[in-house]
Design a protein around this ligand. Sequence first.
Ligand code: ASP
Ligand code: MG
Length: 406
Amino acid sequence: MVQKYGGTSVGDAARIRAVADHIVRTAKSGKDVVVVVSAMGKTTDDLLRLAGDVSSVHPPREMDMLLTAGERVSMALMCMALADLGIDAVSFTGSQAGIITDTIHGKARILEVRGDRIREALAAGRVAVVAGFQGVSTDRDVTTLGRGGSDTTAVALAAGLAASSCEIYTDVTGVFSADPRIVPGAAKLARLSFDEMLEIAATGGRVLALRSVEFARNHHVPLQVRSSFTWEAGTTIDEEEPSMEQPLVTAVTHDTSEAKITLPTVPDKPGIAAKLFHGLAGKSINVDMIVQNSSLHGTTDISFTLPKADLQAGMQVVEELASEIGAEPPQADDGIAKVSLIGAGMRTHPGISATMFEVLAANGINIEMISTSPIRISCVVRVGAVEQAVLALHAAFDLEEDGTGN
Ligand code: ASP
Ligand code: MG
């Protein structure tokens, strides 16, 4: 089995010892255990800050060299803590574990999991401890998988090693119907489908990294999200059971990490959107919502959202295109937030969006953009209104702990 421990779970010496104790119990029950660790506490943030203090130039290869050090510290200390408890454990970097990625530093994608050395370690009766968040590229350079990437390491290893289960240990007791810091009565969800979890992760639910859920769905790896502080039963994420009666709405999520760019007065002819989004993709910018509407005068406005961190790079692409095609200058807006409703039951129940819009209207909240999937509705609102929106929607759809879930 694969067990992944996040940054707070291994945040200090006492935490590492507590986790080691839990690993020992699993190992002694006769299971082959592969452990994936994140960097301790806020190590990754500290390393990023240090890089900023040292230089204004951050070559992506060197950033990855720097950031992968955090997980190395954790894995070595974990093996020592296990040794102290009489367990034979051996640590591996992503590279040593055979996690092969593409060459995009900072957000590399896993291409292959070789895992030979892990298999050998397990066969020798040892616990394998793997540094999360990292791999080695086809160019033989160390890469990182994007923030929160240790989840992806765990799922990829579980798939690659055909693990019987993949447990993600964190500082919350599971996935909730909304962020409990905003909605104190948010309910812990016992079970979710991959599709629902994918939408939750994509719309601001911070419990699991999006790519790890994609990987889990594509490779059919069921996940357990649990607390390493209470060890209680958490949330299971698995295939959807077609027979199950789905609740209409499962969760309300929000995301304040995105910004919006609008390119006004674009000539209404083929090829412009293609050029724009090709340029953004070329810079590895993940565009989220896109809205385009033709005016009556032969031009259109295109708006889209993207991570705030990519706003500058995105504006550069859009500004170049705007001057090339003679459009008005684009506008950047970093005062937005997105609120989303997610639920597999939406597929078969019309009218959820109407209710959502009514709730927002009743709270005087203006909707700036709307997008939907078969099991999600998202609205962009002003960032200052997002907490009120989450609270109101959570209440309106009866999602609180002792609610009936519709
Ligand atoms: N240490 C990395 C981060 O903070 C990876 C992870 O924790 O999953 O993003
Ligand atoms: Mg982390």
